[in-house]
Ligand binder design. Structure first.
Ligand code: NAP
Length: 341
């Protein structure tokens, strides 16, 4: 194997229209640690976290920093204590925000947060899935505590239904639970996308959400999964959540949240951050690998489908900049993938 590899990343944290916002470079191929896989990356997808890190205004790095937290590819080497994978295995994973990202020809990743790629889809279609599937799965099942067998007759409100996370959350809620799904989307194409994935009803998050929700004949949502603009939607969520219900958000608020609004209804509020398990090496971090394997099985059984909506090629600074710029518009439907070197 070559000892150097192509990579895309940054030294300075810059706006996307800056020439050096993302740069093509060459780096040494990393050596896998004990529990690591070394993966040949064949496709990556771009998430809002990539753009948030890139424009974070931090001081410049002395070393080159590789971004990217979604990949599909093939294992080429394994660390001495790897148990579940071998060279040649096709895999997909989101990775770990504290380590180098996937925008490089080779990446090392802890095997406990990796799944076997679904067999029935392309590498690009697989690369669209990991980060959003982990977020949607952990949010619905670990944080909101939805138990599929006990969900019939209950309602979930998914705010931001057509984005990357919403596209998987709607499908999981539809296929794995018996919940009634009210999703939000503001444009005809994003509304149609949500309905095609299994939302029972779509309401517009730019209109009065309480009125629009109640016009559907429901007073309260038993669960609210907030995937956008947490502070902006906070008052509506506090009004719409059922007594003893639960709200989960994945988006840092633009302003402090008034938790006291939840007290009279004994409502629970919980964060989902899909990097928690890898960042803190929690005892249960292997649950992410297991969740990805379950997602792969549901894809192969035809229960859920990839949310890939746009593919760019090859993986280089120019195409990654285009993908970052699109994500920053806040209007992405499904996922953008960049494939091949
Ligand atoms: N905590 C975590 O672990 C975690 C994981 C993944 C993502 N996130 C965060 O979650 C957010 C969503 O991620 P994503 O990948 O789904 O993003 P995305 O794909 O970029 O989301 C785009 C969607 O957001 C919708 N949207 C725009 N403004 C909105 C508003 N005011 N209210 C509700 N929806 C709105 C748009 O729908 P319309 O065009 O119909 O308006 C669009 O379809 C990002 O902030 C991301 O950083 C957090």
């Amino acid at each position: 194997m070559n000892q150097s590899m192509k990579a895309v990343g940054l030294k300075e944290y810059l706006p996307i229209n800056h020439a050096k916002a993302l740069i093509d470079t060459t780096l040494p191929v990393p050596t896998p640690g004990e529990r690591d896989l070394l993966v040949r990356v064949e496709a990556v997808s771009v998430n809002p976290v990539d753009t948030k890190v890139r424009r974070s205004n931090r001081p410049a790095e002395s070393d080159f920093r590789v971004l990217g937290w979604d990949a599909a590819g093939t294992v080429v080497a394994v660390g001495s204590k790897v148990e579940f994978f071998k060279p040649g295995d096709e895999v997909f994973y989101a990775g770990d925000i504290t380590r180098a990202g996937s925008n490089s020809e080779f990446q090392r990743v802890d095997e406990r947060i990796v799944g076997k790629k679904p067999k029935s889809v392309s590498v690009a279609e697989a690369a669209a899935l990991p980060l959003t599937s982990i977020t949607a799965g952990e949010g619905l099942f670990d944080r909101l505590g939805i138990i599929p067998e006990n969900s019939v007759g209950k309602t979930v409100l998914i705010i931001g239904g057509a984005g990357g996370v919403g596209s998987i959350a709607i499908q999981l809620a539809k296929q794995i639970t018996g919940l009634r799904i009210i999703a939000t989307a503001s444009r005809r194409e994003s509304q149609e996308w949500c309905l095609s994935l299994g939302a029972d009803t779509v309401i517009d998050h730019h209109q009065n959400m309480v009125e629009a929700f109640r016009a559907q004949g429901a007073q309260y949502a038993d669960y609210i999964f907030c995937l956008n603009s947490t502070a902006k939607h906070w008052a509506s969520m506090c009004e719409l959540i059922a007594p003893q219900g639960t709200i989960c958000s994945i988006v840092e608020p633009e302003a402090p949240l008034d938790l006291s609004l939840l007290k009279s209804k004994s409502v629970g509020f919980v964060w989902e951050s899909m990097f928690t398990r890898s960042m803190f090496k929690t005892d249960d971090m292997q649950k992410q690998g297991a969740l990805l394997n379950r997602i792969a099985a549901w894809i192969d059984e035809g229960k859920i489908k990839t949310s890939l909506n746009k593919t760019l090629s090859p993986i280089n600074a120019e195409n990654l900049k285009n993908a970052h710029a699109q994500i920053e518009t806040g209007t992405t439907i499904g996922k953008i993938v960049v494939k091949d070197w």
